[in-house]
Design a protein around this ligand. Sequence first.
Ligand code: DX5
Ligand code: ZN
Length: 212
Amino acid sequence: MKTLSPSILAADLLNLGNEIKKIEASGSKYVHIDIMDGVFVPNISFGMPIISAVRKCTDLILDVHLMITQPDKYLQACIDCGADIITFHLEALNREEIISACDFIHSKGKKVGISIKPNTQYTEIVPYLQYIDMVLVMTVEPGFGGQSFMHQMVDKVIAIRNINADIDIEVDGGINSETIKLVNEAGANIFVLGTAFFKSSKDISVEELLDE
Ligand code: DX5
Ligand code: ZN
């Protein structure tokens, strides 16, 4: 399955209900919600109230990206607010905490993603592929929308896809109508778009972007 996951970090938050309707109209199946704590990344975005507000206005899959320290402390809260997929960063937990977080999220019937920063080698995530539903390959340094795509991350997507043909690979950061072609070709199947979705002059559709 291929889909977009538009990031509401780039949305007009004063008009969030209509922005979610735009996501629905595009044919996207996911809403990407970037939670930042100002510690794990040098920026603060929003938290649980926004997850709950989005939950109230759509049935789309809520794809929550935790760019926070101690993500294992906030899993139940994310689930209570309506998250469907919870992605935390490999760099934020040790092996034992990672496996226990995966078990906990699955025990609640939700999906698990692990995200890796650009400087984290893909080999570091390989031992965890058996515990997760999705790998989130950051194609920018996490913390801000509107950054330029890091082309050297394409090889990371290819490498992970070569190891596991079925796992969902989400790419996140600087994805637009041009760069999506590179990561789609490399084997990614879930595409986060912030700026390219909400700041573009024309409406975006999954079919158009992915030439489906
Ligand atoms: C960055 C976030 C991304 C970002 C994407 O730390 O994880 O989801 O919002 O925004 P664009 O598509 O503008 O790079
Ligand atoms: Zn994100």
